[in-house]
Write a protein that binds this ligand. Structure first.
Ligand code: GSH
Length: 210
């Protein structure tokens, strides 16, 4: 399909942009990428003119805009079904895991914002954040298929949704169970993610972490 452009935020900090970009980059779709600088006086107006959510990622398609990382992931999977596990139950679990990430883990997200340029340094985690870290590892343990280093055998969209989490655990030097640490190492060593990370490390924009 021609005519796809993904709008992303700053690669260093925009975790939802990373998820949408990974979904497309791992698919067989070709797309252009455009960066909309976050945290500028114009950001909201620029994004509001393009979508009702005024957020990135946003995928421009010939049929119109698709906002929201989960919808963009599903769009990629419409064209590249291998992005979800082939087994129906595994596929449902992968979707549940993405949905849980998409709608939860607020304390972890608040206290440990993604910052790809941060040198690993621990922070005193709040009780709520510690619970999120525990729940994240429990989630991974409960859905893991046991086939290979990813959650569901081959790389899937679930892994896209947890790559920013692996980055947060790296940046805040969070202590993990060995299996969770091994999973994070797999995500952070992924070749596609490394392309994003390299560009994020080169960014020099003023960045607001929230
Ligand atoms: N639920 C949305 C969340 C998207 C989101 O919050 N994106 C942030 C950047 S990571 C954003 O665009 N913020 C708007 C702004 O900073 O003005 C999704 O999954 O795409």
């Amino acid at each position: 399909m021609d005519g796809l452009t993904l709008l992303i935020g700053n690669r260093r900090t925009s975790s939802w942009s990373l998820r949408g970009w990974l979904a497309l980059a791992k698919s067989n779709l070709t797309f252009d990428t455009e960066l909309v600088l976050l945290d500028t006086p114009e950001t909201h107006a620029t994004l509001k003119a393009l979508s009702p959510s005024a957020t990135v990622p946003l995928l421009k398609t010939p049929a119109g805009a698709i906002w929201d990382s989960l919808a963009i992931a599903e769009f990629a999977a419409e064209h590249c079904p291998e992005l979800w596990p082939s087994d129906p139950h595994q596929r449902a679990l992968a979707r549940a895991a993405c949905a849980q990430m998409h709608s939860g883990f607020f304390a972890l997200r608040d206290q440990c914002p993604m910052d790809l340029q941060r040198a690993p340094e621990p922070v005193e985690l709040s009780d709520k954040t510690r619970r999120d870290v525990e729940n994240m590892q429990d989630l991974w343990t409960s859905v893991r298929s046991g086939e290979g280093p990813h959650l569901f055998g081959a790389w899937s969209l679930a892994d896209a949704f947890f790559t920013p989490v692996a980055e947060r655990f790296r940046a805040y030097a969070v202590n993990l169970q060995p299996q969770a640490q091994a999973y994070c190492d797999t995500l952070l060593n992924d070749d596609t993610f490394r392309v994003w990370k390299e560009a994020a490390l080169a960014e020099t924009f003023q960045t607001v972490l929230d």
